[in-house]
Design a protein around this ligand. Structure first.
Ligand code: ARG
Length: 267
């Protein structure tokens, strides 16, 4: 995670962001701290990357890169407002024992925001932020199967805003964020799917952090939480309104360094 010292709405690069609707600094700090503590309570150990002044979105560490075993593929952001983060994340990964590699040349790639393992497959969102070709090149580099999913709704501009693997064969998703073909790909490849309602998708229900059987989301997702309980998970809600103002929530604020629970390579 990255502490929100320099967090704020300083520009607008997605439909959630409006510089006239500023985040409340003390509230944001408190919400970030509560998410941190909820993760620790769920059994996670947290490493921090130092925040950098002038990079307000650096709190969204899901976008630092893609982790595969001891490797980190460093992101290359679509928008120049976030490109300054790349050097900070690259340095952190290098200093913490990861073997780093760069995003494919001429491709944008926004890390675990757009590339999520479910089982042995890397599900990869493209069009809004990451490029389809880059995903395929990264899949070839890592030797994993990639299923590209086109993201058709600007509000769900990263895959992790509308899709969250829970285990190797189950996931949360918001079907309307995908076209018909993408919906078919998800249905044909993941046997247990929990669909979220539009109003809960809008509360970032899909932007969940999975730690074992605990699933942490923003508040305002009661239907999803009931479905998760029925499926044997333990949902937890923590308020993240100040980060939703930037188009992010629980999952965006974290990067799993030891592999997601749903990833076959870590199981
Ligand atoms: N303001 C950030 C952006 O638009 C939010 C990033 C959210 N991160 C995520 N993994 N969905 O890039």
């Amino acid at each position: 995670m990255c502490p929100p010292d320099y967090y704020g709405i300083h520009y607008s690069i997605n439909p959630w962001m409006d510089v006239a609707r500023q985040s409340d600094r003390p509230v944001a700090l408190d919400q970030w701290r509560r998410l941190h503590d909820a993760l620790v309570a769920a059994g996670a150990r947290i490493s921090l990357v130092p925040p950098a002044e002038g990079l307000p979105d650096m709190v969204f560490t899901a976008n630092a890169g893609l982790i595969y075993q001891n490797r980190a593929v460093i992101s290359h952001f679509r928008h120049e407002q976030r490109q300054g983060e790349e050097q900070h994340f690259r340095r952190w990964f290098n200093e913490h024992g990861f073997e780093t590699s760069e995003s494919p040349v001429d491709c944008c790639f926004e890390g675990a925001g757009d590339a999520l393992f479910c089982g042995d497959t890397l599900f990869a969102g493209y069009r809004q932020r990451s490029d389809a070709l880059g995903h395929q090149k990264i899949g070839a580099r890592l030797g994993v199967r990639v299923l590209p999913l086109e993201l058709v709704n600007a509000h769900y501009y990263h895959l992790d805003t509308c899709f969250c693997p829970l285990t190797a064969d189950s996931a949360i998703w918001f079907p309307a964020a995908f076209d018909d073909y993408g919906q078919r790909v998800v249905r044909d490849n993941i046997s247990q799917l929990i669909a979220v309602a539009e109003e809960e998708a809008h509360s970032f229900a899909c932007n969940a952090v999975v730690v074992g059987r605990t699933v942490i989301t923003n508040t305002g997702c009661p239907k999803l939480h009931a479905d998760l309980r029925a499926a044997g998970f333990t949902p937890a809600a923590t308020p993240l309104s100040e980060f939703v103002k930037a188009g992010g929530s629980a999952k965006c604020l974290t990067l799993r360094l030891d592999g997601e629970d749903a990833a076959a390579w870590r199981i």
